[in-house]
Write a protein that binds this ligand. Structure first.
Ligand SMILES: [Fe+2]
Length: 338
């Protein structure tokens, strides 16, 4: 289903999983670590160790690190580099690595056997890691697709909620990063924000579209959308379970006057973040019963409710990112939405 809203917010791979996905500086740093380890191990064994041949097994360490961080190509290269290093040392200093007592053929056979195992180990470990990563990416794509599908379903009952949810997820992610949340936490907050109003699927259309004030029974019925979302998502289990407290708590208020009367730090941080993003976006959107506020007015409204409705720490971060809200954002957040 499309309502002219781009699918930019699709869950993207966050964790670098291979050389192609890494930022160049990060990849270069890890390559340097592997090379440094290889040279350091050679030097330590050469200069400080008496039973040098036993310590040749230490070369498995950088090779396995190479397999883990870069896959089979780099693990194989690390193994080859190790073999070349040791061959050069054995050629110019036959006394080292206890090769002196060996005849030439025996020495090279010895190095060949050790190097062969190192090479095969690096290749196999790298291959297994790449396979595991490919499977993990597949699962992640499925997870992303399910979130996307669910978030679009909301529009079938409440048109406009999908684009609202997308903006709330972008803003929530920005605030989460500003608050120093780690990658996993940020990803959960972003995903929970995308699905925060999914439970409106279970709310009567006449309540969702009512222009006048809701009766107390209707308000209670609407309130049920947080727990209804949890009921819908719970069977998915796995990583989705981490999103449930955030969705359930997105209408909590910092002073305890929210849906379930949770208070202060008892409200999950992600829910406190989504609450700010949700209200800001609602205030800057046209509704049947009122026109949108100017973003600056909406911000003032958020700030004036810090400590009562909102977590003051979250509001502080929101204020700090507000001047550059649209910078690098796939959707305009400092605008008025229809
Ligand atoms: Fe909601």
């Amino acid at each position: 289903m499309s309502h002219g809203f781009p699918t930019w917010h699709r869950v993207t791979e966050k964790k670098p999983t291979g050389i192609s996905r890494m930022a160049p500086s990060l990849a270069f740093g890890k390559e340097l670590v592997v090379i440094f380890l290889l040279v350091a191990i050679t030097a330590i064994i050469f200069f400080f160790v008496s039973n040098q041949r036993a310590f040749l097994n230490f070369f498995y360490l950088p090779v396995l690190l190479g397999a883990y961080f870069f896959g089979k190509r780099y693990a194989t290269l690390a193994a080859l580099f190790s073999i070349i290093l040791i061959s050069v040392v054995a050629y110019f200093h036959p006394a080292s690595f206890s090769f002196a007592g060996h005849r030439d053929l025996e020495r090279w056979l010895d190095i060949g056997t050790w190097g062969g195992f190192l090479l095969v180990t690096g290749y196999l470990m790298g291959m297994m890691y790449e396979k595991k990563e490919a499977a993990r990416r597949d699962i992640h794509r499925t997870y992303s697709g399910i979130l996307e599908m669910l978030s679009q379903m909301i529009d079938s009952v409440d048109r406009g909620t999908y684009s609202h949810s997308c903006r709330v997820s972008v803003l929530s992610e920005r605030i989460a990063r500003g608050m120093g949340c780690d990658e996993q936490q940020t990803e959960n907050i972003r995903a929970a924000a995308l699905l925060h109003d999914l439970g409106k699927i279970g709310v009567k259309r006449e309540v969702l579209t009512k222009i006048g004030e809701l009766s107390s029974a209707e308000r209670e019925h609407l309130k049920g959308h947080t727990s209804h979302a949890v009921g819908l998502l719970k069977p998915l289990g796995g990583r989705v379970s981490d999103l449930l407290p955030l969705i359930l708590g997105h209408h909590e208020k910092y002073d305890g006057n929210g849906y379930h009367s949770l208070m202060g730090e008892d409200i999950p941080l992600g829910a406190r973040i989504i609450a700010v993003a949700d209200v800001y976006d609602a205030l800057t959107s046209d509704r049947p019963y009122r026109t949108a506020l100017h973003p600056r007015e909406a911000k003032s409204e958020i700030v004036s409710n810090a400590g009562t409705h909102f977590d003051p720490r979250v509001v502080k971060v929101f204020e700090s990112i507000f001047p550059n809200l649209d910078e690098g954002s796939p959707v305009p957040l400092r605008g008025v939405h229809g």
